[in-house]
Design a protein around this ligand. Structure first.
Ligand SMILES: Cc1ncc(COP(=O)(O)O)c(C=O)c1O
Length: 385
């Protein structure tokens, strides 16, 4: 009997425990200590963004972003339906209505050609998601936002270190968010970051993250006492989590190289099999560098996808589908999502499946995954040996 290859196994570099012990030794275990500051520097080095705030999750970073927009009830935020619930929840919690726009069939990102038709006098922002860390067309989306005076928020949960036309994701929107959940390339179990590209928003972002107080300014000596100045919450992680995260960030290049090797092996080994069976592999436009976050396949039909997952399971390989469309979910419908037209989202959501991809996947395991995939035949022909 062979061990099942999981979809994900959180990677640990080995330095996490040393850092945590050091954090304990330093005696500062709450947020914004030595390790949080070191993480901010590392994230800034990777993304090129100078104002970074570690948060307890990408979800919470999105919530701060939504608060910074000062949304009024009835304001609208354009976003894909093909995303995680947090992209929508963050804005809904602040009173806005999500307006779901369909995705492109190649990159599975917000279809920039459909955005302008969804803009109304109530539209305040465009929330983009770089699916699999492959960039949206930020040139077109930036131009639309500028034309209509809209804020761009990048949900860059997948895309740390990826680029669009040579520029890092997370540096395009006025605000951007990262995830350090254990399924992400770099993680601390649960964690995230807010990247603030509009310097005018930074001081309020700090306040919202620190329970609505100006405590951060107080610790910098900018004010002589700290007090309650806005409605906020507690969005800063313990320095223990930052200590864990720093070890990961310091291994970024090594982790990325291993993930890229796995991603490239899947692409090279599965291209011919896929082409012969109407299976689609990820599309990476020429002007995008991806971060090897996800390797997905689009099977010809929903039945094929379900049969594929079962087939891989019978070969002791775990594969998983991804987002369920938001516009047609119970909450999405309550928010008016039934009027959204998202045929690509509905189609892709049914047919997409993700393969195991994590740094500790051994070469033998990669071969096992490839062999299991290649022995599946969605067209009903006899499997190859
Ligand atoms: C696009 C997107 N945004 C936000 C999140 C939420 O991230 P977190 O778990 O760090 O809150 C996820 C989770 O995977 C995601 O895929």
């Amino acid at each position: 009997m062979t061990d099942t290859i999981p979809f994900n196994r959180p990677h640990v570099t080995g330095d996490e425990f040393k850092n945590i012990a050091d954090a304990v030794q330093r005696g500062h275990l709450s947020g914004d200590g030595h390790y949080t500051r070191a993480c901010h520097q590392m994230i800034e080095k990777i993304t090129g963004v100078h104002n970074t705030l570690l948060t307890t999750s990408c979800t919470h970073a999105l919530e701060i972003a939504a608060s910074l927009l000062d949304l009024a009830p009835g304001d609208e935020v354009i976003m894909p339906s093909f995303t995680f619930v947090s992209t929508a929840n963050a804005f809904v919690l602040r009173g806005a209505r999500p307006v779901f726009v369909d995705i492109r069939p190649d990159t599975l990102n917000l279809d920039e050609s459909l955005i302008e038709a969804a803009i109304t006098p109530r539209t305040r922002a465009i929330a983009v998601v770089h699916y699999a860390g492959i960039a949206c067309d930020m040139s077109a989306i930036g131009a639309i936002a500028e034309r209509h005076g809209l804020t761009v928020v990048e949900d860059n949960a997948h895309g740390l270190g990826a680029t669009y036309r040579g520029r890092q994701l997370g540096s395009f929107g006025e605000l951007a968010t990262q995830s350090f959940h254990e399924t992400k390339n770099i993680h601390c179990g649960e964690g995230g970051a807010l990247l603030v590209n509009d310097p005018n928003l930074m001081s309020r972002a700090e306040i919202l993250r620190e329970k609505g107080t100006n405590r951060s300014q107080f610790f910098r000596g900018a004010v002589d006492k700290y007090t309650w100045v806005e409605v906020g919450s507690s969005y800063l992680p313990s320095d223990l989590l930052a200590a864990f995260l720093l070890a990961q960030l310091e291994s970024f290049d090594v982790i990325q190289a291993r993930r890229m090797h796995i991603w490239n092996t899947y692409r090279d080994e599965l291209a011919e099999w896929a082409a012969a069976r109407s299976v689609t592999l990820p599309t990476v436009p020429d002007d995008c560098e991806h971060p090897a976050h996800l390797f997905y396949l689009l099977l010809p039909t929903l039945d094929d996808r379900q049969a594929f997952i079962a087939h891989l399971r019978s070969h002791d390989v775990q594969s998983v589908f991804h987002y369920v469309p938001l516009h047609s979910s119970p909450m999405g419908i309550e928010l008016g999502g039934a009027s959204a037209t998202c045929p690509v989202t509905e189609d892709v959501s049914d047919r997409l499946v993700r393969l195991p991809l994590f740094p500790d996947l051994a070469d033998g395991d990669i071969e096992r995954v490839v062999a299991a995939v290649r022995s599946f035949d969605p067209t009903g022909h006899a499997p190859r040996s």
